[in-house]
Design a protein around this ligand. Structure first.
Ligand SMILES: *Cc1c(COP(=O)(O)O)cnc(C)c1O
Length: 423
């Protein structure tokens, strides 16, 4: 099936007489008729739901949809994008290990890695994603367990050269993890370019309505954990699971199975069934929304580029963008609806401009259907030093604009009146 059809149809198939629309299984637990059956579930001898921390039928539907959209063998929803990144890392790395990460990643991811995961003994090197592969190779260590980057960085809008990062990872026998939140699988499918694991903050375009916090991890099923030799946790018995060997028991789905039965079991960052329902409903229109987000954003970016009050505009869809060629390659149908730009006059003018907007709302959120703006330096990236700001590609006067799916003429008219107020 084509992606548009997957958005609408995949994940929930009602049987005769069952609800047409995905039901909300608002239940923590599931009933069985014998202790033997429950025992078999715990031993992973049979398939079934037993506790919502591990799996829930409502959440399973968007998981199947997202796995199909990304072209993976399995998907696990998490309570948030943050917990998706956390579990993706902890599933393959522990104290004494090292991860190579693009420096331009989302501020929340940067803090999770640079502060919290360092505290538990995982080391990180943050690299310029535009550096040539020869330079990146020098940062790989014997204990490096993964390479991590964002297909389109939030908010720097750096487009990742996925093939370069995949080559770097694979020549070292380690997986590439790509956060594909901004383009979504409608615009970019990292697995086709060599990514092994894809993570999402589903709180953004996938939900699309700013109603449900969530995250997801998708396993490509392509990474050979046994052949690598660097991941004994996958190839030797897990004593906390009756000596199960993940690669033997689950084959190509070893990563996502371990993430669920070991990591979700222990960390418990599980999504609520209601959020599974909302995510599924949101994704039913993902293909339509992304098309409009991208078209509107391109029109707004062109308007801003031609505006004399604007110092610079970054949008991968603009021909002037440094990332235009990479965007054409990895996401020819469009990148996302997010634009970064700076108003002439620096931080103060930027703030005054934002306060003058009427239709575009000032919100911390990004990537939902309503146009919104944010000043990263004083909000999402407030905890970072000026030096760290520059490192992750955020300027003090930068405005992040998330272009919605309204009529683009109204969005531009709003910008126009705000520009007049700062003259
Ligand atoms: C928002 C975001 C996250 C974090 O997701 P939450 O759902 O807010 O926890 C991670 N990565 C990217 C690229 C994001 O935009």
């Amino acid at each position: 099936m084509k992606l548009d059809t997957i958005c609408v149809q995949t994940g929930y198939e009602p049987k005769n007489g069952e609800a047409r629309v995905l039901p909300i299984y608002q239940s923590t637990t599931y009933k069985y008729s014998s202790t033997q059956e429950v025992g078999d579930l715990f031993d992973l001898k049979s398939d079934g739901f037993f506790y919502t921390r591990l799996a829930n039928p409502t959440c399973e539907a968007p998981e199947k949809k997202l796995a199909a959209l990304e072209g993976g063998v399995g998907c696990m929803m998490t309570a948030s994008g943050q917990s998706a990144s956390l579990i993706a890392i902890l599933n393959i790395a522990g104290a004494g290990d090292h991860i190579l990460c693009a420096a331009t990643v989302y501020g929340g991811t940067f803090n999770l890695f640079n502060v919290t995961l360092r505290k538990v003994g995982i080391d990180f090197t943050f690299v310029d994603p535009n550096a040539p592969i020869e330079e990146l190779r020098r940062e790989i260590r014997p204990n490096t367990k993964a390479v991590f980057g964002e297909s389109v960085a939030n908010p720097a809008l750096v487009v990742l050269d996925i093939e370069k990062f995949a080559a770097l990872a694979h020549e070292n026998g380690i997986p590439l993890i790509v956060d594909n939140t901004f383009p979504t699988p409608i615009n970019c499918r990292p697995i086709e370019w060599g990514a092994d694991i894809v993570v999402h903050s589903t709180s953004k375009y996938l939900d699309g309505h700013a109603v449900a916090l969530g995250g997801a991890i998708i396993d490509s099923g392509r990474f050979d954990w046994a052949a690598s030799g660097k991941f004994p946790e996958f190839t030797t018995p897990d004593e906390s699971y009756h000596g199960i060997v993940y690669t033997e028991h689950f084959g190509s789905a070893a990563f996502i199975a371990k993430a669920r039965v070991q990591m979700m079991r222990d960390l418990g960052a599980a999504p609520a069934p209601m959020n599974g329902f909302l995510l599924n409903m949101g994704m039913e229109t993902l293909h339509l929304r992304m098309e409009r987000h991208c078209a509107n954003a391109l029109a707004v970016a062109k308007y801003l580029e031609a505006n004399e009050n604007v110092e610079w505009v970054e949008f991968p869809g603009l021909e002037s963008s440094r990332y235009h060629a990479l965007a054409q390659k990895y996401m020819p149908g469009g990148s996302c609806g997010v634009i970064s730009f700076a108003v002439k006059g620096g931080r103060d003018k930027a703030v005054k401009f934002m306060d003058s907007l009427k239709l575009a709302a000032i919100v911390v959120h990004v990537a939902d259907l309503r146009t919104s703006v944010l000043h990263p330096a004083s909000s999402t990236h407030r905890q970072l030093s000026e030096e760290q700001l520059v490192e992750c590609g955020v300027h003090p006067g930068q405005i992040r604009m998330s272009v919605g799916i309204e009529d683009v003429e109204d969005i531009i008219a709003d910008l126009e009146q705000a520009f007049r107020k700062i003259q």
